[in-house]
Design a protein around this ligand. Structure first.
Ligand code: FES
Ligand SMILES: [Fe+2]
Length: 409
């Protein structure tokens, strides 16, 4: 599996600045409003949702049918009912640390850009030019405005249309109506979150923790998931599997670790594994085996693996934190973005960083092989549904039940 490094930062600036900016009015185009309101569910997708019964207790339950992992219509339903509702992790605060920083991304068919304006205010917009729909910002970096690469319409970092080129003679056009369409954005700890179902501009950050993490937010912030760790690097993997295959692999309570991750298993006390479930979060905890050498060890004494429904994983172990974001690309392919954060005291220890990243990379390669194998199995006519191992796979069952609830809603 090839590994793509994070998009190279691009740096581009423009001297176009306007100071007497009028208040921006933005009309949500009807298709965006329709997506936010929820699409009609087709009968086949409805039948697929109903094929999983969340009321059956774990010990007797069967897993969702394989079509949940292979059917393009089902993915469309997930995008509408799961990803385009509620808070979604989209990046980390280091990406928009300074005024004029921005990064762009895509979730389903939603193209978005997150930026910090010259006054330090965070914004998110649909990354689509209001002239003829060209994508506007590309990658990440710093900009004082967004100039469309197609015909040069130019927007401020607050979304206002600053300049519409060559429109002399146009009628019934008010450029205040053609600003970028806003997306709700907030931060929690080191993470940037967006929600695509609400056009309100102002967000109170202190309610976001409750909305995003529910009663697990205290536990996570008490266990070192905070802004104290600097970001080290990003790794991106394109994996030939449905996004849920990656999540299921994460949520099996360490079941696969002794079979698939020999090196990692020797560093963990797997008998100490425990799983806690909250409203939209599950937390798996495991103690580490004592390190053999005097060296600082990568895993520390305790590891916490938090899964934030639907697709964000936060791993806190020793001096490290890494996050994994599983982004669906199509029904049988996803992109997983790994961000690594490290305790400040170790920033100069390049050998430790290199060795830790190498060890982590080994685990990812092993997991990718498993996930791609599972996807092929799911596509085989031999497989329909499976079973859960009740003593370890409770977080996976919790995930599937949450999905079922959202998909019915
Ligand atoms: S599409 Fe953006 S200026 Fe024409
Ligand atoms: Fe694994």
């Amino acid at each position: 599996m090839a590994i793509a490094q994070v998009l190279a930062l691009s740096s581009s600036t423009s001297s176009f600045v306007r100071t007497d900016r009028p208040k921006v009015r933005r009309a949500a185009p009807s298709r965006v409003a329709a997506a936010a309101a929820g699409a009609t569910v087709g009968e086949p997708a409805r039948r697929l949702v109903a094929a999983f019964d969340p009321a059956i207790p774990l010990a007797s339950a069967v897993t969702p049918p394989s079509e949940w992992y292979t059917d393009p219509e089902f993915l469309r339903l997930e995008l509408d009912r799961v990803f385009l509702r509620g808070w979604q992790a989209v990046g980390h605060i280091g990406q928009v640390k300074n005024p004029n920083d921005f990064f762009s991304g895509r979730l389903g068919n939603v193209e978005f850009v997150i930026c910090r304006d010259a006054h330090g205010k965070l914004h998110a917009f649909h990354n689509v030019c209001r002239h003829h729909a060209s994508l506007l910002a590309c990658g990440s970096g710093q900009k004082t405005c967004f100039q469309c690469p197609y015909h040069g319409w130019t927007y401020g970092l607050d979304g206002a249309l600053l300049k519409a080129t060559r429109i002399s003679g146009i009628k019934n056009f008010n450029k205040n109506d053609f600003g970028l369409l806003p997306i709700k954005v907030a931060t929690w700890g080191p993470f940037v979150l967006a929600r695509f179902d609400n056009f309100a501009q102002d967000t109170v950050d202190d309610v976001v923790g409750d909305e995003w993490l529910g009663s697990a937010s205290d536990l996570l912030s008490r266990n070192g998931i905070d802004t104290s760790l600097p970001h080290i690097c990003r790794r991106e993997y394109i994996i030939e599997c449905n996004w849920k295959v990656f999540c299921d692999n994460y949520l099996d309570g360490g079941y696969h670790v002794p079979y698939a991750h020999g090196a990692l298993a020797s560093g963990l006390q797997l008998q100490s594994y425990e799983t806690l479930t909250y409203e939209r979060v599950s937390v798996q905890r495991c103690e580490s085996a004592p390190a053999e050498q005097e060296d600082i060890d990568r895993l520390g004494t305790k590891a916490i693996y938090a899964f934030v429904y639907p697709n964000f994983m936060i791993n806190r172990y020793g001096p490290w934190m890494d996050t994994n974001l599983a982004v669906p690309l199509d029904a049988t392919r996803c992109k997983v973005v790994f961000d690594y954060f490290l305790d400040e005291s170790l920033l100069d220890d390049q050998d430790f960083i290199d060795q830790s990243l190498k060890d982590s990379e080994q685990v990812q390669i092993e997991d990718i092989a498993l996930c791609e194998g599972v996807q092929k199995g799911l596509e085989s006519p031999a497989y329909g549904v499976g079973r859960y191992a009740p003593s370890v796979e409770m977080a996976m069952h919790h995930f599937h039940r949450l999905l079922h609830t959202n998909l019915c809603g």
